[in-house]
Design a protein around this ligand. Structure first.
Ligand SMILES: O=C(O)c1ccccc1NCC(=O)[C@H](O)[C@H](O)COP(=O)(O)O
Length: 265
């Protein structure tokens, strides 16, 4: 069984437990009462690189990354440093996240918030909106048949912007065919956990004109953000390097300034 399959098995078990605790009708009512979702696209389309900064405690590839007792304060530091959006990993077993983290971050920051999880069921889309997310991650690799298009449609119906993630040209083609306009390329192969940032360089030219290009994973420092930018990234999603940095506000600022200065020169 691949790492991804093992993650998805746990995700489905946790999902069924939550579904038995909170009926869909209750989630839908909460989503209806939530403030309208923010549109991340204007900030992502501004000149220069945008950063999505991630709240990430641990990961299957690296184990414990950072003790984050107050995810809202971390998110506020990210926003103060210039992050265009904050990503909150809500998966519990492997990443140590929760919907409570999403609630806390949503209540603190005014930038758009991404629910980063392994979404395989409409229930999780409703959860994302009910807990204040503005974007939801959809990973092509784990969404067979019409499920990708169905979940994208539901995201849009509830006001969420879907960030549709690929790792191969075939997955990217499926994302584009399904009508995705916010296209992520994850440098991490989720079946092996190998990271190869150049995957973004190979897939970015295959993206259609007008798509917003998001490079995900594998950033160790400002030079990597600059390289993603040179390869055509509009947005770079960074987790580990920021939660380990010791000064997330300054680090976000440095990533943006370095990339913009290098690509302008
Ligand atoms: O981070 C992992 O080890 C991982 C393993 C299996 C599935 C997903 C995983 N990470 C999710 C992400 O995509 C990253 O958290 C995100 O892109 C940030 O990556 P990084 O900057 O390399 O921490």
């Amino acid at each position: 069984m691949s790492v991804l399959d093992a993650i998805l098995e746990g995700v489905r078990e946790d999902l069924e437990r939550r579904r038995s605790e909170t009926p869909l009708a209750e989630l839908r009512a909460r989503a209806a009462d939530a403030p309208p979702a923010l549109d991340p696209m204007p900030a992502f389309l501004e000149p220069g690189v945008s950063i999505i900064a991630e709240v990430k405690r641990r990961s299957p590839s690296k184990g414990d990354l950072a003790d984050i007792p107050d995810p809202a304060s971390l998110a506020a530091e990210y926003a103060a440093g210039g992050a265009a959006a904050v990503s909150v990993l809500t998966e519990r077993r492997r990443f140590g996240g929760s919907l409570a983290d999403l609630d806390a971050v949503r209540a603190r920051v005014e930038v758009p918030v991404l629910r980063k999880d392994f979404i395989v069921d409409p229930y999780q889309v409703w959860e994302a909106r009910a807990h204040g997310a503005d974007l939801a991650l959809l990973m092509v690799v784990s969404l067979d048949g019409s499920l990708l298009a169905d979940l994208m449609g539901l995201c849009r119906e509830v006001g969420l912007t879907p960030l549709v993630e690929s790792h191969t040209a075939d997955e990217l083609e499926r994302a584009v065919d399904a009508g995705a306009t916010l296209l992520g390329v994850n440098a991490r192969d989720l079946t092996t956990l190998d990271v190869d940032r150049s995957v973004f360089a190979r897939l970015a030219p295959l993206m259609p004109e007008g798509a917003v290009r998001v490079a995900e994973s594998g950033v160790a420092g400002p030079q990597d953000v600059a390289e993603y930018r040179r390869w055509g990234a509009d947005v770079v999603l960074v987790g580990e390097a920021l939660v380990r940095s010791g000064d997330p506000r300054a680090s976000v600022g440095r990533f943006i300034e370095t990339a913009n200065a290098q690509v302008a020169s």
